[in-house]
Design a protein around this ligand. Structure first.
Ligand code: HEC
Length: 205
């Protein structure tokens, strides 16, 4: 009995001790370039997909009308493009995030472009709640519901023919003036561009 209890105690102590040693001295993956933990993607995606299945809205409260898609394109340029790229213009650092940020205007076979094969409600959930321990921010304190739906409907329709003015917005590079950004003066006030008017229509059916 005594040996059993001793064994049990050592057994209980072993796991925290082994974890301590591994986390301190075992060089677990922390850098973007490190190898992932075994089955890391599977372990992360099972609970995420379960949450989305339970909570994602089944239908969108607004239509993918030209005005909503255009509103979505303005939001996309401001809030998403740096990570998820523009039309024909992938993000410079997306693949160096861990996990990488998928390029939402990139075709990847079978006619799918970005997340056009995901229901808009699933994308809405991801935009509103973000994805923990990934670079994907939660936007529910940054954008209102209409704006989150507009941008979700936009990327859900990435495989469709979009109105010309929407496509133009998605093709235009994000403003960047190398002369200002790379100037020789150490501290420089960068003139901010005129704010883009963002007045999405109210949330209607
Ligand atoms: C700071 C970088 C960053 C910004 C800004 C960002 N995202 Fe993401 N996003 C990510 C990363 C990284 C992932 C991948 C997460 C993962 O694989 O678990 C992701 C995942 C996603 C996905 C899921 C992709 C898939 O293949 O299932 C969608 C949809 C998405 N983002 C939409 C958006 C939208 C819309 C915006 C703007 C409102 C946005 N993101 C802003 C980094 C970002």
């Amino acid at each position: 009995m005594k040996t059993f209890l001793l064994g049990l105690l050592l057994g209980i102590l072993f796991i925290p001790l082994a974890s301590f040693v591994y986390f301190h001295f075992g060089h677990p993956p922390v850098a973007v370039a490190d190898e992932p933990f075994p089955m890391e993607a599977t372990i992360v995606h099972i609970p995420l997909n379960a949450r989305i299945r339970a909570e994602a809205p089944k239908t969108a409260p607004i239509e993918a009308s030209p005005i909503n898609l255009e509103g979505g394109a303005h939001i996309y340029r401001q809030q998403c493009a740096t990570c998820h790229g523009l039309y024909g213009r992938p993000s410079s650092f997306a693949e160096h995030l861990y996990p990488p940020a998928p390029q939402l205007w990139q075709p990847h076979g079978n006619g799918v472009v970005g997340v056009s094969d995901d229901p808009p409600g699933e994308t809405y959930w991801k935009v509103a709640n973000g994805i923990r321990l990934a670079g994907m921010p939660s936007f529910n304190k940054v954008l209102n519901q209409t704006e989150m739906w507009q941008v979700s409907l936009l990327v859900a329709n990435a495989d469709k023919t979009l109105p010309a003015q929407v496509l133009d917005l998605l093709k235009k590079p994000i403003d960047y003036d190398p002369q200002v950004a790379g100037g020789s003066v150490a501290v420089q006030v960068i003139p901010s561009p005129a704010p883009v008017a963002l007045s999405p229509p109210p949330l209607t059916k």
